[in-house]
Design a binder for this molecule. Structure first.
Ligand SMILES: Nc1ncnc2c1ncn2[C@@H]1O[C@H](COP(=O)(O)OP(=O)(O)OP(=O)(O)O)[C@@H](O)[C@H]1O
Ligand SMILES: [Mg+2]
Length: 241
């Protein structure tokens, strides 16, 4: 296995007026390609800050972050945006869909900035991603009219459409009832199991975290603990075959 993510002594301080918040201090870990890692920890412990740095949305104040084979410091903002678009899929608690647009056009969105310029190919890719989350019957539906669980599945399809190396999910089940949350987790699980996508997911719920191979516990901006999860091989319950 090769590391996809290597974090060395990362710290992040937010300076607002004369108040400094040390959101992260001295974080170290490595994540291998194809791993499924959950990040847990109390509110305000620095989980989202960490995920934003890993997803090249924010920069650390000190330390080094290697994503694929490059240090994040080698990328300027424009290059970071390109890497994000091509290699990373994001899923957030709040879905972040355009509610007046159809499922199809939401999922096609990231392709607007991609190398794929052929419209028929864009549609084909989006249809494939929508099929992967079991929403083909909703393809022309307005996104705002979907249930919460369906919205999150659209957000996952959108994260998948560029066939990214890694999926970052910040509390993807946080706004969902337990049944929809479980459906979303099965899809994320299948992306990892069947398609070999690396997944890094923040959650408050132990039951959600236990879908991962490993849990990293963050407390006061530091890695407090790590735990490997013994996986029971799951039945093939996902939509992806
Ligand atoms: N842009 C910012 N400017 C200033 N302070 C920030 C900023 N973003 C986060 N913080 C602070 O950094 C700390 C860590 O925040 P973070 O959002 O990473 O926590 P979290 O672990 O994701 O919490 P939660 O579980 O509530 O989502 C908090 O004290 C927060 O107030
Ligand atoms: Mg957070």
């Amino acid at each position: 296995m090769e590391p996809i993510i290597k974090v060395e002594n990362i710290s992040k301080t937010y300076q607002e007026e004369d108040v400094a918040t040390h959101a992260l201090s001295g974080i170290n870990f490595t994540i291998q390609k194809g791993e499924f890692v959950a990040i847990m920890g109390p509110s305000g412990s620095g989980k989202s800050t960490l995920l934003n740095i890993l997803g090249l949305l924010e920069r650390q104040s000190s330390g080094t972050y290697q994503f694929l084979s490059h240090l994040s410091s080698e990328y300027d903002d424009q290059e970071a945006a390109k890497i994000r678009n091509e290699k990373i899929g994001f899923v957030f608690q709040s879905f972040n869909l355009l509610s007046r647009e159809s499922v199809l056009s939401n999922v096609k969105m990231p392709l607007v900035y991609s190398k794929i310029t052929n419209e028929a190919e864009r549609t084909r890719r989006a249809e494939k991603a929508i099929r992967a989350v079991g929403l083909s019957h909703r393809i022309n539906f307005e996104a705002g009219k979907l249930s919460g669980g369906e919205k999150q599945r659209v957000a996952i399809a959108r994260a998948l459409v560029n066939e990214p190396e890694v999926i970052f999910a910040d509390e993807p089940t946080g706004n969902l009832d337990s049944k929809s949350g479980e459906t979303v987790m099965k899809i994320i699980q299948t992306l990892n199991d069947k398609l070999g996508r690396t997944v890094i997911l923040i959650t408050h719920e132990t039951s959600t975290a236990e879908h991962a191979d490993r849990i990293i516990f963050i407390k006061d901006g530091k890695v407090a603990d790590e735990k490997k999860i013994k996986k029971k091989r799951r039945a093939n319950e996902g939509f992806i075959k």
